[in-house]
Design a protein around this ligand. Structure first.
Ligand SMILES: Nc1ncnc2c1ncn2[C@@H]1O[C@H](COP(=O)(O)OP(=O)(O)OP(=O)(O)O)[C@@H](O)[C@H]1O
Length: 257
């Protein structure tokens, strides 16, 4: 069963990429990428290891520079952006990386407060508390507020990592392999969370994954990166309705023993 689509605004592109190329020496990772992300859309980027998914995310977030091409993010051209504008822009993007990188010596509450107080100096105690409670409630983990990260399961840590990102009210969410290393039930819970974040926080998201169950559950649209380009884009079923062996292999690897 595919996902229910939300109110995606196809008139508003939050990310627009045209003719993007990126090489490392003689290794051409991205070879002319065109990709749009629409307002309130969940876009899944699929691809085998080493195809350049992380490189793409890094270029979008200004951590790596493109060689050629246009990369527009929330109305800013990131190729050639000033450091100051890039910092501003990054504040509007939330990252959920594989190792949620919580601070082990801080409680859940302190972990969530940390980005808030660093970015917004004049918040009152009451405001901080209510923002912490709101994001904890959104990820379904209110009861963990005074726990230490070491006391949480992998899935719970991932949720807290997402909550910590949401507390800054990002317009775009970038999820890097959100279900990696999680069991199928926990993975399903994370997929549901990604969809509920989209609904509650009106975020537009790129989700990088190898996990086709995740792709199907969260993707309004799926784009498959093959040999440095998006060879196939569309609804999950459309992308896999092909005789291209590279695509078929990917599907069979996920769904057959
Ligand atoms: N800073 C860098 N310098 C040199 N080569 C790099 C650099 N960053 C990435 N690469 C190369 O670019 C290719 C794509 O890397 P990338 O991390 O984007 O892959 P990926 O699709 O995210 O894979 P995975 O699913 O394994 O994370 C790899 O071959 C990698 O070695």
């Amino acid at each position: 069963m595919g996902k229910q689509h939300h109110a995606i605004d196809y008139n508003e592109k939050v990310i627009s990429i045209k003719g993007l190329t990126k090489s490392f020496g003689s290794y051409h990772v991205l070879r002319g990428i065109d990709l749009d992300l629409f307002k309130n859309e969940n876009l899944v980027v699929l691809g085998r290891s080493g195809t350049g998914k992380s490189v793409l995310i890094k270029i979008i977030s200004g951590l790596l520079r493109a060689d050629v091409g246009q990369v527009s993010v929330l109305g800013n051209e990131v190729v050639g952006i000033s450091t100051r504008d890039l910092q501003e822009l990054r504040r509007r993007i939330g990252f959920s990386f594989q190792n949620s990188a919580l601070y082990d010596s801080m409680t859940v509450r302190k972990n969530l407060e940390f980005p808030l107080v660093r970015n917004q100096k004049n918040l009152k105690r009451k405001e901080i508390d209510s923002m912490v409670e709101r994001v904890l409630e959104a990820v379904g983990l209110k009861q963990t507020i005074n726990q230490m990260p070491a006391e949480l399961s992998g899935g719970q840590r991932k949720r807290i990592g997402i909550a910590r990102t949401l507390i800054l009210r990002p317009e775009i969410m970038l999820y890097d392999e959100p279900t990696a290393g999680l069991d199928p039930i926990t993975s399903m819970e994370i997929n549901n969370l990604i969809n509920s974040v989209q609904e509650r926080f009106n975020t537009s998201s790129i989700i990088i994954t190898h996990d086709l169950t995740c792709a199907k559950a969260v993707g309004d649209r799926v784009a498959m990166l093959l040999d440095g380009q998006f060879q196939r884009q569309g609804a999950f079923e459309e992308v896999f309705d092909t005789d291209d062996v590279r695509v078929k292999q990917f599907y069979d690897y996920n769904f057959t023993d």
